[in-house]
Design a protein around this ligand. Structure first.
Ligand SMILES: O=c1[nH]c(=O)c2[nH]c(=O)[nH]c2[nH]1
Length: 336
């Protein structure tokens, strides 16, 4: 939230600035064992941008209706779209910082900017070519699945902008694990109606946020420390696959420990999860495992958790960096 020096929150801006830049610089990243993702050709570098500014000098527009220092939000939209043509980098974070710095340069009275970009994913696809199936490089498929995002708060500095706050993330990941999740051993009292479950079809919605130790690694992929949301997605999928999960709380923590272990350039993580466990209509068949389920009814449960690098060596998590995704039995309760 953008605040003035006197503590008052003051901002205005534009949301849903749909920015379809083509042929941005390709992104290349080092591979990790959990993912086949090594980069993005960035032929379609598309974002939904939210942009807000703040300044002491905007006070009179709120107090007196003085628009003399107001850059119309319509002009902000035009500025973002036009400047998108000039971005030479390959990351969302770099793009946001580039727009923010250019805006500061153009409008000398603006002192703070909050900017967020949600990537609009267009996936590459295969077409028939001389040597068999190959990437089209012309036609891309819009995806409504999970997507990457980044957000940053910038303050005018002597030269350019200082990044006051930044988060990168993966939004709206939805995963179902059909077997290998339980939920039992919770408090049972006069309010309990939920039966214990030893093998539930666990459907989760997940948002994962991460912060870099040095935001330069997010802005400039040439430094070699960029963490793509696609690798985070694949790493989360790997942990969901490998752990026998006693709860979503435990599952997101394991995902976080593997993220911190895999990416030493990250300093902090934040998880938001949502429990959408399918409702059972016909129990799993003992022989074929076939079952029938339907959408759960609201209200839905949720979890939140933040983690830092120190958690990797904190004994309470018992994380073994050398043990590859060990299966954990829930504490103190025998599995049936
Ligand atoms: O993984 C879960 N954690 C909970 O805290 C909870 N509560 C609940 O009703 N189901 C679940 N599942």
């Amino acid at each position: 939230m953008l605040r003035l020096n006197n503590g008052r929150t003051l901002y205005y801006g534009k949301g849903d600035v749909l920015t379809y830049r083509t042929y941005a610089a390709p992104l290349e990243v080092s591979p990790i064992p959990e993912s086949a993702f090594t980069g993005d050709d960035n032929v379609v570098f598309a974002h939904n941008i939210t942009f807000a500014v703040s300044s002491e000098q905007l006070m009179t527009s709120f107090s007196e209706g003085d628009n003399s220092r107001i850059v119309a939000t319509d002009s902000m939209k035009n500025f973002i779209l036009r400047r998108a043509a000039d971005y030479e980098g390959s990351t969302t974070e770099g793009f946001l910082a580039f727009i923010g710095e250019a805006f500061f340069e153009k409008y000398g009275h603006m002192t703070a900017i909050e900017i967020r970009g949600d990537r609009i994913p267009f996936l590459s696809l295969l077409v028939r070519g001389p040597g068999g199936l190959q990437e089209s490089e012309l036609v891309y498929r819009r995806s409504h699945n999970d997507h990457a995002f980044a957000a940053m708060t910038l303050r005018r500095a002597e030269e350019g902008a200082e990044v006051l706050d930044h988060w990168s993330g993966l939004s709206d990941l939805q995963l179902i694990k059909v077997s290998g999740s339980s939920f039992y051993g919770f408090v049972r009292d006069e309010y309990t109606t939920l039966p214990e479950s030893y093998d539930r079809p666990l459907y989760i919605f997940l948002n994962i946020h991460w912060r870099y130790r040095d935001v330069e690694d997010a802005r400039d992929s040439e430094r070699g420390g960029y963490v793509p949301a696609e690798q985070i997605r694949d790493l989360a999928q790997q942990a969901f696959h490998a752990y026998s999960s006693p709860s979503i709380q435990y599952l997101i923590t394991r995902i976080g420990l593997h993220m911190l272990d895999r990416f030493p350039q990250l300093s902090e993580l934040r998880f938001e999860s949502n429990n959408r466990t399918w409702e059972t209509i016909v129990d799993k068949d003992a022989v074929t495992s076939a079952g029938v389920y339907t959408e759960p009814r609201p209200p839905f449960g949720f979890q939140g958790f933040t983690m830092t690098r120190e958690d990797l060596s904190d004994p309470q998590f018992g994380f073994d960096a050398n043990g590859l995704y060990p299966v954990r039995e829930a504490k103190g309760v025998a599995q049936s």
